[in-house]
Each structure stands twice: as C-alpha cells, then as structure tokens.
Design a protein around this ligand. Structure first.
Ligand code: HEC
Length: 158
C-alpha cells in the first residue's frame, strides 16, 4: 500500500513538473519575453542613425526611431533597406521606439517566428496596448499596404 501511494506521488509530481516545463517553453516567445528583448540596446539603428527622431506622419504610431536585431539588420542590403520582394529571416526582430513629447514611451515591435510575424505594442513600463494575439487583426491589415517589404513599411517613407 505504501508503495502504491509512493508511485502515485511520483506520477503526480512528474505530471505537474511536465506541465510547468510546457508553460515555460511557451513563455520564451511570450509577449513578456519579447518586451524584455525590446529593451536590448545593442540593436542597430536604421541607416545607423541613432540620433534622428523620424516624424512618423504616415501611420498611427507617432515620432520614432527604428532598431533591428543583428539577424534582421543583415538582411538590409538595399542601401539600408530590405530589398523589394526580400524576406526577413527567421528570428528577425524590428523595434520601433515611439517617442511622446521627445520621451521614449512605447516599443512597437515585430518578431519573425515560424515564418510569421508576432506583433506587439507595449509601453516602456511594461503595460501592453496590443500583444501577439491582436497582431493579425490590428497591425497586419495596415502593414500589408502596397509597397510593403515583408510587411515592413518604413522603407516606403524614409
Ligand atoms: C493604420 C496603419 C498602421 C497600423 C494599424 C499599424 N501600423 Fe505599424 N507602421 C505604420 C506605418 C505607416 C509605419 C512606418 C513608419 C511611420 O510612418 O510611422 C509603421 C511602422 C511600424 C514598425 C517599424 C517597422 C516597419 O514596418 O516599418 C513597427 C515595428 C510597427 N509599425 C509595429 C506595429 C504594430 C505592432 C502594430 C499593431 C499593434 C502596428 N504597427 C499597427 C502603420 C501602421
């Protein structure tokens, strides 16, 4: 009898542990993890310009700077832009630093995973306006506008 309850105990332990591992793996591409990545200050600025705050008058976001992780940056082979018909590779991360009255306020980002973009818009405080569950409905409908390059649109205007 004691042996049976011991086995039961083990089984329950294993099941609960496995569940936890599942949740953690999911978490590595969670909105929270992408928010953490968006802080990364080693990302390279669009056209290597870390100073200029661009007007952002063509979209809803506001004034901004644009940063790329190294995977995305390597794809910018057309005078600093993604070539027409080009695709960003898996793992590309584009972060738009949106400024409000000259102060960094929001990260709008797109992260390529399994060939699709995960989208998010989050305040520097960590408060989300939109997460990856909203992206297809809220972001893509505008980002697939004519002239987009793999759903990135800044290249049209800057
Ligand atoms: C109504 C149109 C529109 C919607 C909706 C929109 N965007 Fe944008 N976005 C733009 C435009 C236009 C730019 C180019 C820069 C500019 O002029 O603001 C841009 C730029 C960006 C960039 C820089 C990379 C690029 O595409 O050039 C990111 C990242 C971004 N948006 C994220 C998002 C996210 C995340 C959402 C949804 C929560 C979203 N956008 C919704 C129009 C839109």
């Amino acid at each position: 009898m004691r042996q049976i309850s011991w086995i039961c105990c083990c089984v329950i332990l294993i099941i609960s542990c496995t569940k936890k591992v599942g949740a953690d793996l999911e978490g590595s591409y969670s909105d929270k993890a992408l928010f953490d990545s968006a802080h990364n200050q080693n990302y390279r600025y669009y056209k290597n310009d870390s100073i200029t705050i661009l007007p952002g008058t063509h979209g809803p976001h506001g004034t901004f700077k644009l940063r790329f992780n190294s995977i995305a940056y390597r794809a910018l082979t057309d005078t600093g832009k993604l070539p027409l018909q080009g695709k960003f590779p898996e793992g590309s991360f584009l972060v738009k630093d949106v400024y409000k009255n000259g102060v960094l306020d929001i990260y709008a980002y797109m992260y390529k995973r399994n060939g699709n973009w995960l989208w998010g818009e989050v305040h520097t405080t960590g408060k989300f306006e939109y997460g990856s569950k909203d992206g297809a409905a809220v972001c893509l409908g505008c980002h697939n506008q004519p002239g987009n390059r793999d759903n990135a649109v800044s290249f049209n205007f800057y």
